[in-house]
Design a protein around this ligand. Structure first.
Ligand SMILES: Nc1ncnc2c1ncn2[C@@H]1O[C@H](COP(=O)(O)OP(=O)(O)OP(=O)(O)O)[C@@H](O)[C@H]1O
Ligand SMILES: [Mg+2]
Length: 363
């Protein structure tokens, strides 16, 4: 897919902006605080209806203004269409595709976007919830079924936790069958997702680092079956563990078993990334991981996702920068930011936008 043009009204520090994008590499450059990351965020919000930074709409709205609006012309399957997102103080966000009011689910059906930003280092070094959020964001773009299963799982989980808080509850919670049912689907999807991305991520890491290993391992709350990793077998393990933990859960009054407790282990070279990775290694690994996601979404959706790369060259040595640039040829439309210079090889074949104080001053 392709974003042909973007128009912003009162989004973050942009009063108004109008940008035309070619296919290939688009670069936003400018000083710190000029609005480069805000532009990537506007693209993400337009495509999926939410901020990749998890920011609420009132923060996206330009300080002092009443409403924001993002509009774009896009191309998918050789067809052009318009999309718009608008939010007004006190109101709800409105999505329009071809001027018809639409739901977020339609955005997820039509669009896919892979984003890499400095704060993504938390996927490797932060708490487990960052890793689960990472899986959820990208699996949701691959499978509407995953969104449904995860939503049903979370609903049952909330009910189970509320049940523990009630007095005089009986021995078995009535929610464990539902948790095992939806939870097993969530786990199987996560397993398949990580199996698919870990190979590309490892080969990207190896290339950029000139030979180092980057290993991704799914470490779910319920141990995966030894034999065939099927829905039925996962569900059986899940139910068994729920039974073993029933007593403990009742004492601590919280659900201890299931994908809400899943982990992913990453290692770089021989060591766990979380405890041992250097800044540059962790940065490289987050980018490599996103390359794995890119290839996965591309194959599932049969189309290239939009790629948003925020300051991906920071903290990388010259060799890693150049090797990273070499991988760019494989991508479709790319948007990247840089506050400092870019690797030389990028300068020739990209369109540059100079940003200053919430304005595009030069194209
Ligand atoms: N809702 C808002 N209204 C007005 N200004 C905002 C709003 N939200 C953020 N800003 C301002 O936008 C500015 C630019 O932010 P942005 O993160 O895009 O900068 P950047 O160009 O990516 O900088 P850096 O190089 O440091 O990453 C910040 O100075 C911030 O204060
Ligand atoms: Mg920035």
């Amino acid at each position: 897919m392709l974003i042909n043009s973007l128009k912003l009204i009162s989004f973050r520090n942009f009063k108004t902006a109008q940008l035309e994008f070619p296919d290939g590499i688009n670069v936003f450059s400018g000083e710190n605080g000029s609005g480069k990351t805000n532009l990537l965020e506007a693209i993400f919000v337009l495509l999926l209806g939410r901020s990749q930074r998890g920011a609420p709409d009132k923060l996206l709205l330009r300080e002092g203004d009443e409403y924001y609006r993002i509009e774009a012309l896009l191309t998918a399957d050789n067809k052009k269409y318009s999309a718009a997102i608008a939010y007004q103080i006190g109101g709800r966000k409105r999505i329009q595709i071809e001027k018809v009011t639409s739901k977020t689910s339609e955005l997820f059906e039509r669009h896919s976007v892979v984003s890499s930003a400095p704060e993504d280092i938390a996927i490797l070094s932060g708490s487990p919830s960052y890793r689960r959020d990472f899986i959820n964001l990208y699996l949701s773009q691959a499978s509407p079924r995953y969104i449904a299963d995860l939503t049903d799982y979370q609903k049952a989980l909330t009910q189970k936790n509320a049940y523990f808080k009630q007095e005089n509850n009986s021995a078995d919670t009535p929610y464990d069958d539902l948790l095992a049912e939806y939870g097993a689907s969530v786990m199987l999807a996560r397993y398949n997702f990580l199996e698919a991305i870990k190979i590309t991520a490892a080969s990207a890491y190896k290339k950029i680092s000139k030979g180092m290993d980057f290993i991704t391992t799914y470490n779910p709350s319920v141990v995966l079956p030894d034999s065939e990793i099927s829905l039925e077998n996962i569900k059986r393990n899940f139910s068994d563990k729920l039974k073993r933990y029933a007593q403990r859960e009742r004492i601590v009054q919280i659900a201890l078993v299931g994908p809400h407790r899943d982990e992913i282990d990453f290692s770089i070279g021989e060591f766990p990334a979380r405890a041992y990775g250097s800044q540059g290694e962790l940065r490289t690994a987050t980018v490599a991981l996103k390359m794995g996601v890119f290839e996965y979404l591309k194959s599932i959706r049969n189309d290239m996702p939009i790629l948003l790369l925020d300051e991906i060259f920071a903290e990388l040595d010259e060799s890693r920068k150049e090797l990273l640039v070499e991988t760019f040829g494989q991508f479709g439309q790319v948007f990247l930011t840089s506050a400092s210079g870019l690797p030389e090889s990028l300068s020739d074949n990209s369109k540059r936008f100079e940003i200053e104080g919430g304005k595009i001053i030069n194209e």
